[in-house]
Design a protein around this ligand. Structure first.
Ligand SMILES: C[S@@+](CC[C@H](N)C(=O)[O-])C[C@H]1O[C@@H](n2cnc3c(N)ncnc32)[C@H](O)[C@@H]1O
Length: 420
């Protein structure tokens, strides 16, 4: 009877249940859903069960009804559909996954939309809620779900006696649904080759705590193919959350992240450059102290402050921009240059490295970093990166530069075996 107590090191049953919910479902327990958690506990008479494991079975059975919201309808995000179609220009048989698919409206919208364009995708819908998955498989919907359905897709629905609509088999048969917990289960096993070209995560992260979001996004990065994309309508996540993604973009108010194609952009020698991660804990600057005025939030505002030598404001605005657009080139450069001007040299380099990580191996970008190493007199780092650049691009000028710098710092160039 005491097992739960020990596993969750909790004094009260409620505490144990809350910890279980957090751990198993990654849900953030906040003001908005505390009442629902308490409803779940009291309406199911959980306190009568004591610290017995049966408690967890009840929570698992009831969690969808009490804590998950299944709100969805067809063609909820038309801009995403357009983007998916564009992304499939060179791939007529993409694998697409809708995570948190609810009753299937999102996955079926993609199926209908791509069918009209002659594509032959593999589409998968995943949800933790068994009932939602069953509903999705039946394909029966209330008029609410069809509220935004464009006229031209009405042909795929027939009316049932009970004023509901049933989706045509030709669309239903193109989508498979699975009950999985994205946090705990192997999400690759339901995909051909365990990989996907496109992943949708709409209105699901919003319920999760920060640690879970980072974990889930990393899991998604692992199942995406190189050049694959993650689409999400949700905003406000940090650069660390998306550290496995190459770039973000926003077209038609539709946010997406691309999985880097390291095979193409980064030969072996260069890859080490990509392994640098932002280590906020280990920083020489207090980021919490940054303050910005609400009305000044654009990159133009940041540039204006930078040009007026107000580097702290330039950093604050750029840092804020990165919260919504974690891989914004201009913001990264402004932060780096501002830190350099303020004398925080290692911060300056850290941010410029991020800029390098998320952009392909264009020479000018490496040069920008090398230049900062020179300006900050970090010759060791300069030599390290220059050697990598030589291994990568094998340019005669760079070999000369390497000899010069080695002479300058008193090392013997011959030891490096570079033949000219
Ligand atoms: C609000 S619906 C979103 C439906 C659809 N994506 C949309 O935007 O229209 C969120 C869905 O995520 C599901 N969900 C929540 N946590 C999940 C998890 N850990 N694994 C899989 N699905 C989850 C819920 O059951 C719910 O059906």
């Amino acid at each position: 009877m005491t097992k739960l107590k020990e596993v969750f090191s909790s004094n009260t049953l409620i505490e144990a249940v809350l910890k279980y919910i957090e751990n198993q479902y990654g849900l953030k327990i906040n003001e908005l859903n505390t009442d629902k958690v308490f409803d779940l506990i009291y309406k199911n008479h959980i306190s009568d069960l004591g610290f017995d494991e049966e408690v967890l079975e009840v929570v698992d059975r009831q969690i969808s009804d009490f804590l998950f919201n299944n709100e969805s309808y067809f063609f909820r995000y038309p801009a995403q559909l357009e983007l998916i179609l564009n992304h499939c220009k060179n791939n007529l048989a993409p694998t697409i996954v809708s995570f948190g698919c609810s009753n299937g409206q999102e996955a079926y919208s993609i199926s209908m939309y791509l069918k009209e364009s002659g594509l032959n995708p593999t589409i998968v819908g995943v949800d933790i809620d068994e009932q939602a998955v069953e509903n999705a498989k039946t394909g029966i919907y209330s008029p609410y779900s069809l509220q935004k359905l464009p006229e031209k897709f009405a042909k795929y629905f027939s009316t049932l006696d009970n004023k509901k609509f049933i989706l045509a088999n030709e669309i239903k048969n193109n989508v498979n649904f699975y009950k999985l917990n994205i946090l705990k289960d192997d999400i690759g096993k339901i995909l051909p080759d365990q990989k996907a070209d496109i992943v949708l995560m709409n209105n699901i992260l919003i319920y999760m705590n920060k640690k879970t979001i980072d974990y889930v996004i990393e899991k998604i990065a692992n199942i995406l193919k190189p050049d694959g994309i993650l689409l999400t309508t949700e905003e406000g996540y940090s650069i660390k959350t998306f550290q496995n993604f190459l770039k973000s973009d926003k077209t038609n108010n539709c946010k997406f992240y691309t999985k880097p194609n390291l095979e193409e952009i980064a030969p072996m020698e260069y890859r080490e450059l990509f392994e640098i991660k932002i280590d906020k804990e280990n920083t020489e600057f207090d980021y919490e102290s940054l303050k910005i005025k609400q009305e000044e939030t654009t990159i133009e505002d940041a540039k204006r402050y930078f040009n007026k030598n107000n580097f702290l404001n330039a950093i604050a605005i750029s840092y804020n921009i990165l919260k919504n657009d974690p891989l914004n080139d201009e913001a990264l450069i402004i932060i780096s240059e501002s830190f350099y001007k303020l004398g925080f040299n290692s911060e300056a380099k850290k941010w410029l490295k991020t800029y390098l990580i998320i952009n392909s191996n264009k020479e000018e970008k490496i040069e920008r970093y090398l230049n900062l190493c020179l300006k900050t007199k970090d010759f060791f780092e300069y030599i390290r990166i220059l050697k990598k650049k030589i291994a990568l691009l094998n340019k005669k000028d760079d070999i000369i530069r390497l000899r010069e710098i080695l002479n300058k710092v008193g090392l013997n160039a011959e030891e490096l075996h570079y033949n000219m």
